[in-house]
Design a binder for this molecule. Structure first.
Ligand code: ATP
Length: 232
């Protein structure tokens, strides 16, 4: 279980998150929604140890990891698939999978990645930057399969992809969920996120404005709240 407790965080030019608390229970899919600039990416960066919060705590299975660097947080089972895919564009597919795999487990990692995403097998020697957008996203997502994580933080993994590929990517996320991997999902496709999620949080200007189950809120209410946020 991943818990963020009363997180306040930001950058040199100002505070972005104000007293944010959020829990990702074991095996659950949690959607983190909100308008542009609300602080969703910042929250994922705090959760993965990339950004140290000003105050508040980050706990993994009850253990306080606040202030731990990202590599230590990832060793505890929190994998971050960042906005913009987070692959090494000038390396081959195979080398990217090598870097995603736990130390000494490349062969197993490669088998897992290519049985999940057969297209990566065909393109193993290809330089990652030359893959299609969908294939690059599959390569980014393979990190979540090969490293046997507890929780995957997914930042707009559907961004910039054709609708058919987006559907395919969501199928992979559903599959990952069935394997028992918990997910914290930042997503622009609100309807799809609501269908997949066990719990939903809405972030508005750095504060949680809603926390509950998907059945408690409609897509329309969420979209209207985005517009309200932009108008004010
Ligand atoms: N590295 C940074 N340095 C300074 N300010 C930043 C940095 N990254 C983000 N911000 C600012 O923090 C605020 C929240 O940004 P963040 O990317 O977390 O929002 P978001 O909800 O993910 O937005 P979007 O949906 O547009 O991706 C914005 O005002 C942004 O300009």
């Amino acid at each position: 279980m991943l818990e963020l407790r009363n997180i306040t965080a930001g950058y040199d030019n100002g505070t972005v998150l104000l007293d944010v608390s959020l829990t990702v229970p074991d095996r659950a899919t949690v959607a983190l929604l909100g308008p542009n600039g609300a602080g969703k990416t910042t929250l994922l960066r705090v959760a993965s140890g990339l950004l140290k919060p000003y105050s508040g705590q980050i706990l993994i299975n009850g253990q306080d990891v606040t202030g731990d660097p990202a590599f230590k947080v990832s060793r505890k089972g929190i994998i971050h698939v960042p906005e913009g895919r987070g692959i090494f564009p000038s390396l081959t597919v195979s080398d990217n999978i090598l870097l995603q795999s736990p130390a000494g487990q490349f062969k197993k990692g490669f088998r897992t990645a290519t049985s999940t995403f057969p297209r990566l097998q065909e393109r193993a020697r290809q330089i990652a930057r030359t893959l299609s957008g969908g294939e690059q996203q599959m390569l980014a997502l393979s990190h979540a399969y090969v490293s046997d994580p507890q929780v995957v933080l997914l930042d707009e993994v559907s961004m910039g992809l054709a609708p058919k590929i987006v559907e395919e990517i969501f199928d992979y996320l559903a599959d990952l969920g069935r394997q028992g991997v918990a997910q914290l999902l930042v997503e622009q496709y609100v309807g799809q996120a609501l269908r997949m999620a066990d719990y939903v949080y809405i972030l508005d200007r750095g504060r949680i404005s809603f926390a509950g189950e998907p059945g408690e809120i409609s897509e329309e209410t969420i979209m209207n709240s985005y517009l309200g946020s932009l108008a004010s």
